[in-house]
Write a protein that binds this ligand. Structure first.
Ligand code: PMT
Length: 399
């Protein structure tokens, strides 16, 4: 999370500038304050108005505000920011940064900024390979500027190669990693997360499912990525957007989730199981749609494997397993029973209401650790709950 962080975003002229509103949105969603500075040529690719709307601040272009005549004070801007990111950074701005030229507001602010500076270069592949450009990048890197390397792919020229600006999600996670607390034990760890419901097919058109949206698990995935973990997400049927920088395995049924989890678990440091897995599935699958013949109908159910229990009972000493419990009555008793019976390191208890559990953007949880620890949260966004869960696990499991 970048809550409260002040991020200065510099935009130069280049086709990738059209992706900047999305990047600014990611920053805002994560709680950052954002101020955008554009060069004049950036405005040929993205409008100042769009960036003003998404950043909730006027986009700055000139030394003086054209309407009010007020001076846009570059020194103040440079001192205000916790980080300055220039994306896309074209070869012209790059060269001027190297040589200390300052013929626009963005460059002047760069020269007076005291905060860490990040640049995401973007240009055509032959330009990107020019010794002048590679040497300029090396010079800035030597001076402490973080270069977010360009990516390979289709370029605006139609050529294919290296030169595309890193995707907004990559820019965002670079900043998140930079601001992440340095002592997190999740950094570099391989973590398996499950999320969403499972659907157990009755016939080609019907299934037994539940209301899990996948939001709680995906919030944990986002937060784990920002802490520097390598995340594998096994996701049941869900329409929630998935972060790009995790390994995604989509599944439908509990058996498929079991197979996917079992195949990767041996290489994991830990498992966090938020998925709402169906405990039972129809004994027989009807390959044709069942017809409406009788008044009553009976579907015989058989037990699904308990994924969490199976994996956790066989975990290695250096692996951890965390479960979730969704309860409606005797909630603490049932959650603690699952903690013990499933051999878990911790369990996260939540209940069903319009602000907690399934579907909602908020949740309230009580976390129980295997050494009798417990912690209760208020009703907060699922993103905030994810932060609290991971901070708690960080201290209970690793310290
Ligand atoms: O996805 P959202 O809409 O954001 O909602 C989030 C959530 C409510 C689904 C989530 O916060 C949650 O509580 N997930 C667990 C729901 C659940 O199925 O709990 P349970 O008490 O039935 O299962 C206990 C644990 O065993 C869970 O970690 C579950 O993933 C696991 N399990 C259950 C059954 C089974 N056959 N295999 C399992 O691994």
């Amino acid at each position: 999370m970048l809550t409260g962080k002040k991020i200065l975003v510099g935009v130069t002229g280049g086709i990738a500038a059209y992706k900047l509103p999305h990047f600014v949105r990611l920053l805002k969603k994560s709680g950052a304050q954002v101020q955008v500075i554009c060069t004049q040529s950036a405005l040929q690719f993205v409008t100042a108005e769009t960036l003003s709307v998404v950043s909730e601040n006027p986009t700055l272009v000139h030394f003086f505000d054209e309407k009010t005549g007020m001076w846009n004070h570059h020194v103040e801007l440079g001192l205000w920011a916790d980080a300055f990111i220039i994306a896309p950074c074209g070869s012209n701005t790059l060269a001027k940064m190297v040589h200390g030229e300052c013929d626009n507001l963005l460059l002047t602010t760069y020269l007076s900024a005291r905060c860490p500076v990040f640049i995401a270069p973007a240009m055509d592949l032959d330009m990107y390979q020019q010794p002048a450009v590679t040497e300029n990048l090396a010079t800035l890197a030597k001076r402490g500027v973080t270069i977010i390397d360009a990516e390979e792919g289709q370029l605006a020229s139609g050529l294919i190669g290296k030169g595309r600006m890193a995707e907004p999600e990559t820019l965002f996670s670079t900043l998140e990693n930079f601001f992440a607390p340095p002592n997190t034990h999740f950094k570099g760890k391989n973590i398996l997360v499950t999320a969403g419901p499972t659907f157990e097919a009755i016939d080609p058109v019907r299934f037994i499912g539940n209301q899990s949206s996948g939001k709680m698990g995906i919030s944990l995935v986002e937060q784990l990525i920002s802490l520097g973990a390598n995340v594998t997400l096994v996701l049941g049927p869900s329409h929630v957007d998935v972060p790009q920088n995790c390994k995604l395995m989509r599944v439908t049924s509990a058996q498929e989730m079991m197979d996917a989890c079992s195949s990767v678990f041996p290489n994991m440091d830990g498992l966090i199981m938020t998925a709402a897995v169906a405990d039972y599935k129809p004994k027989d699958y009807h390959s044709f749609k069942i017809k409406k013949n009788e008044d009553d109908m009976v579907i015989e159910l058989v037990k699904n494997p308990d994924i969490l229990k199976t994996l956790s009972l066989n975990k290695k000493e250096n692996q951890f397993c965390v479960g979730f419990a969704l309860e409606t009555n005797n909630i603490e008793e049932y959650a603690k029973k699952k903690l013990n019976e499933k051999n878990l390191d911790a369990i996260v208890l939540n209940t069903v209401s319009n602000q907690t559990g399934f579907q909602s953007n908020t949740n309230q949880v009580k976390i129980f650790g295997k050494n009798n620890q417990s912690l209760e949260t208020a009703i907060q966004s699922k993103e905030e709950i994810a932060v609290i869960i991971l901070e708690t696990l960080n201290s209970w499991i690793f310290e």
